[in-house]
Ligand binder design. Structure first.
Ligand SMILES: Nc1ncnc2c1ncn2[C@@H]1O[C@H](COP(=O)(O)OP(=O)(O)OP(=O)(O)O)[C@@H](O)[C@H]1O
Length: 251
């Protein structure tokens, strides 16, 4: 379970407060969505949880199954079961996609006291999961994300998630840049991973992703806070009416 209480975050280099007391709990096995206007702090929340530099936590806590995430290095958070699918996946020239995946999977297995996957087992697994996401063998051989289209990069993020089998998956606008068929593929990939012990935090601007990945709970974030929490109908309300009424209620 992910538990965030009163999380306050400033930019490290500027006197600017971004998160102003975020309270959010995602129980095991649940899918929570976060929607909210541009600049409300959704990506910042995902970055701070995963350990990106440049932010200063000035208050509050964030734990995954009771373990303090904020005290850990990014790789320790990943080993603890946290995964972030980036809004803007980075290109890593010179590092083959397959090598990257295998190194990441085995580093996590090692950190958890499990045996490394053999080359044969890894290959079997990665090929099967790539096939489900329609990622062809040639893309697995290329450097990570280099020259991939926007949609291919997003599908590659889901392949990483499927291989790493994290317990807390954060998807930051994974639907942006996806065509309708790719969105369905990505949603199928996410739905296949849904399980009792795994939770998802899906950041999105669009209700249509939530038609495919049905959330248990929808949160609205504005001005660095969660201003409203409800069921899937909240996403429909946003789609139809925008954020103005919700923000006026909060003010
Ligand atoms: N490194 C930075 N330098 C300056 N401002 C920043 C930095 N990081 C975040 N911000 C600001 O913090 C605010 C929150 O940004 P964030 O990316 O978290 O919003 P978001 O809700 O994910 O927006 P979007 O829906 O547009 O992706 C924005 O006003 C942004 O400009």
């Amino acid at each position: 379970m992910l538990e965030i209480k009163g999380l306050k975050v400033d930019l490290e280099d500027e006197d600017k407060s971004i998160l102003k007391g975020v309270d959010l709990t995602v129980p095991a096995g649940k899918v929570h969505a976060i929607m909210g206007p541009n600049g409300s702090g959704k990506s910042t929340l995902s970055y701070v949880l995963s350990g990106k530099d440049g932010y200063e936590v000035t208050g509050g806590t964030a734990t995954l199954d009771g373990v303090d995430l904020l005290e850990m290095e990014p790789e320790e958070r990943a080993a603890a079961g946290l995964f972030l699918a980036f809004q803007y996946p980075v290109e890593i020239p010179g590092v083959g996609n397959m090598t990257f995946l295998r190194t990441a999977v085995n580093a996590q297995r090692k950190a958890r006291g499990q045996e490394e996957l053999s080359a044969g087992d890894f290959l079997k697994e990665v090929r099967a999961k790539a096939k489900d996401l329609q990622i062809d063998a040639e893309m697995l051989k290329r450097p990570v994300n280099v020259g991939f289209s926007g949609g291919e990069k997003k599908r590659n993020e889901i392949l990483q998630m499927a291989m790493l089998e994290p317990k807390m998956c954060i998807l930051d606008e994974t639907d942006s840049g996806l065509d309708v068929d790719a969105m369905k593929l990505v949603a199928d990939g996410v739905n296949a991973l849904r399980s009792e012990g795994r939770s998802f935090l899906v950041i999105t601007h669009y209700q249509r992703l939530l038609d495919h990945i049905k959330p248990d709970v929808v949160h609205i974030m504005a001005n660095g806070r969660i201003i409203k929490t409800g069921g899937p109908e909240l996403a429909l309300e946003v789609e139809n009416n925008g954020y103005a009424d919700l923000m006026a209620e909060e003010a």
